[in-house]
Design a protein around this ligand. Structure first.
Ligand code: FAD
Ligand code: UDP
Length: 372
């Protein structure tokens, strides 16, 4: 990447989420001049957290950092200290509580089994055998986990989360969840995990230290102005919005968050409780203080209600099914034809990235740009 005098900035980075922050940080560290544009009034994207009544609230849903990628762990550790929180959420099905992810504690709760052999035998009876590879999430769940687990812990939650029947959802969504024959309740098997002790917003603030940032600035509404300032544009917003939806709209799931402030020290005894039945309208309740082992006399809980995305709502989850993948391919063709603009991040690539994957992809892109 050569610096020519013509440009005020080497790169304008659109979006101050983890992806935008990592790219801007890396380029700046290597002597490039970056301008970060963020349309929201705050940094950190969906990882944004904010202190309310002495409790750090994950404003856009529970965010637990976890990774197997040492490079990413060493990178984030430069900007934050992490506590030793280990994520072990629970599932509440019609008032009964089960351990997640699926493990010996779950099987004991469902069937009363006490050994791996007994649990394996129960699963053998339960599993559905198909004469083809699983074609959708329901087939994947029934062949992997069997009927009881599917009906108690998967179906209701998944259909609420995605607003579609499990028969119309891609099988890979459920492959994110571990399945174990040990009494191990850790949701993530990664060697590195935790919550930044000063929060994600502070982490991103440190990443952006010394970099010019403009909040409440929508790049798309002043595109030609910013294109004239910067040699390159790194776009981490929705790829379909960048192209004015010329190939059709990509679908997203969005969420509505409902807070309750309670004058009790402990409402549910854990940071995340999933509600896996179909009747409860929300998917989970977060009790924020438990991420950092808070001892306050009060508590804040947040209920998460999934919704179909509509214009003006935040696009939280890409829906990587066949229809959207076909539309995405057309946008990726357009993206490849761009010389000035690079796309990255959960929205820029329309990929179901976790934070570590978003940061990993951002660092890889920044390093590639630095070699050009
Ligand atoms: P974003 O955080 O979406 O940031 C993109 C930014 O670009 C936004 O701030 C947006 O306002 C801005 N932007 C968009 N368009 C424009 C524009 N035109 N002009 C200016 N700015 C623009 N990951 C985990 O690892 N662990 C978890 O536990 C976890 N839980 C999650 C829970 C929920 C409810 C959600 C939605 C996600 C979760 N994730 C989790 C994923 C995590 O949020 C993402 O991996 C990460 O935030 C991606 O960062 P990003 O910068 O690519 O995208
Ligand atoms: N899932 C489920 N029951 C649960 C939790 C998750 O069936 O109690 C399924 C659901 O389909 C979900 C997928 O597993 O979309 C991935 O879950 P994860 O917790 O990784 O989702 P995220 O944290 O990204 O919302």
């Amino acid at each position: 990447m050569r610096r020519t005098r013509k440009w005020e900035y080497d790169a304008a980075v659109v979006g101050a989420g983890l992806t935008g922050a990592a790219i801007a940080q890396r380029l700046t560290e290597h002597g490039k001049r970056c301008l970060v544009l963020e349309k929201r009034p705050h940094i950190a994207g969906n990882a944004y957290d904010v202190e309310i009544d002495g409790i750090r609230v994950h404003r856009y849903g529970a965010h637990i950092f976890h990774t197997s990628d040492r490079r990413v762990w060493e990178y984030v550790s430069r900007f934050a200290e992490f506590n030793h929180y280990i994520h072990a959420p629970l599932a509440n099905y019609r008032g009964r509580v089960y351990n997640l992810p699926f493990n010996m504690n779950t099987f004991a709760g469902l069937w009363g089994t006490a050994s791996p052999e007994a649990a394996e035998e129960k699963l053998r009876e339960q599993r559905v055998v198909y004469d083809h590879a699983p074609q959708n999430l329901e087939e994947q769940a029934l062949s992997l986990a069997g009927r009881d687990i599917y009906e108690t812990l998967i179906r209701g939650y998944t259909e609420k989360q995605w607003g579609r029947p499990c028969t119309q959802l891609p099988a890979f969504l459920i492959r994110r969840l571990p399945f174990r024959f040990t009494y191990d309740n850790r949701y993530f098997s990664d060697p590195y995990q935790g919550i930044p002790t000063d929060g994600y917003t502070r982490l991103v603030e440190r990443m952006l230290d010394g970099i010019e940032l403009r909040l409440e600035t929508d790049y798309l509404s002043q595109r030609s102005h910013y294109d004239s300032l910067a040699e390159r544009i790194i776009f981490t917003g929705p790829i379909d919005a960048f192209f004015d939806y010329a190939e059709g709209r990509l679908q997203y799931r969005t969420l509505r968050f409902e807070d309750e402030h309670l004058e009790t020290p402990n409402r549910q005894g854990t940071a995340v409780m999933n509600y896996t039945d179909a009747e409860t309208p929300f998917t989970r309740i977060i009790e924020h203080k438990h991420f950092v082992f808070g001892q306050q006399p009060n508590t804040i809980i947040t209920k998460e209600y999934p919704l179909e995305w509509m214009p003006e709502a935040e696009p939280y989850y890409p829906i990587n099914d066949a229809g959207n993948t076909a539309i995405l391919e057309r946008y990726l063709d357009r993206a490849r034809a761009q010389t000035k603009v690079r796309f990255c991040g959960r929205l820029g690539e329309y990929k179901y990235y976790d934070m570590d994957q978003a940061i990993g992809a951002a660092l890889t892109l920044a390093d590639r740009i630095l070699k050009e």
